[in-house]
Write a new protein. Structure first.
Length: 261
């Protein structure tokens, strides 16, 4: 989508890029979801553990790569936060980018979710219902506390780790970097059913990867990440609250009713 007159406002220094091979990238993506379950337990505890593991691995990798003193000094640069950077594009490129973003988050995602949901009810599509790491959902705290407290912290941790540090470490992938980065992030959510990874997360994750490449920073992806999570959290919270109320009134887990329906 970039035009021939595109330029970079604040290019990174030539020696700022290090490369991670497939093995190290795989470890960086798998360790947070795999370790969060034994460390965090159920509900929000899992998500909190996930957040701290992202931050711990982020700092650990930078310190290993650069050394303690140099790594901590260059941490803002390594995670894509500072100095501010914004790629310049022709207005037509921006219009195309915003249009594709809107269509992906509305038409494409909703249509794909409906298709995958139907497929998951077919005998051959039952694998789509499999959840690699089962974590119970809970109503710890209020929705407002989640939206204005925990969620922003989680967004910052993921963006700095995945589209900041790891993005810079896979520059050797060239034009495939947005595809690999986005796909890896979608399947990084091992606490979600396969159908959610494919339909609810993957389209937006791929969009985020290409948005990262198009804009040259994590500010746009962080804003989109927060808005999409906040938008879908409200109906999810209401459904979960209804399920909890059903369990308290009837004394039978709401999941049992769903299974009998």
């Amino acid at each position: 989508m970039a035009s021939g007159i595109d330029s970079v406002v604040a290019p990174a220094s030539p020696d700022s890029t290090l490369n991670y091979g497939w093995g190290r990238l795989l470890l960086c993506y798998l360790l947070p979801p795999l370790l969060a379950r034994p460390l965090g337990g159920r509900g929000r505890g899992y998500i909190k553990a996930f957040l701290w593991l992202d931050l711990a691995l982020l700092v650990t990798n930078v310190v290993i790569d650069r050394g303690p003193r140099e790594g901590l000094r260059r941490l803002p640069e390594e995670i894509g936060v500072w100095p501010p950077r914004q790629d310049r594009h022709h207005p037509l490129s921006w219009a195309t980018f915003l249009t594709v973003s809107a269509l992906t988050l509305t038409v494409v995602t909703s249509g794909f979710m409906a298709f995958v949901e139907r497929a998951s009810k077919h005998p051959r599509g039952r694998f789509l219902n499999w959840t690699p790491i089962v974590v119970e959902r809970s109503l710890d705290g209020s929705l407002a506390r989640f939206l204005f407290g925990h969620l922003p912290l989680n967004i910052v941790a993921e963006e700095c780790y995945l589209r900041g540090l790891l993005w810079s470490r896979m520059a050797w992938l060239g034009r495939w970097r947005p595809l690999v980065n986005g796909t890896a992030w979608a399947f990084y959510h091992l606490n979600r059913p396969v159908k959610d990874m494919l339909a609810a997360i993957l389209p937006g994750a791929l969009l985020a990867g290409y948005a990262r490449a198009f804009t040259g920073n994590i500010y746009w992806t962080a804003a989109g990440h927060y808005l999409s999570n906040a938008f879908f959290s409200w109906p999810a919270y209401r459904r979960l609250r209804s399920q909890v109320a059903m369990e308290e009134d009837v004394g039978v887990p709401a999941a049992a009713f769903a299974a009998d329906a």
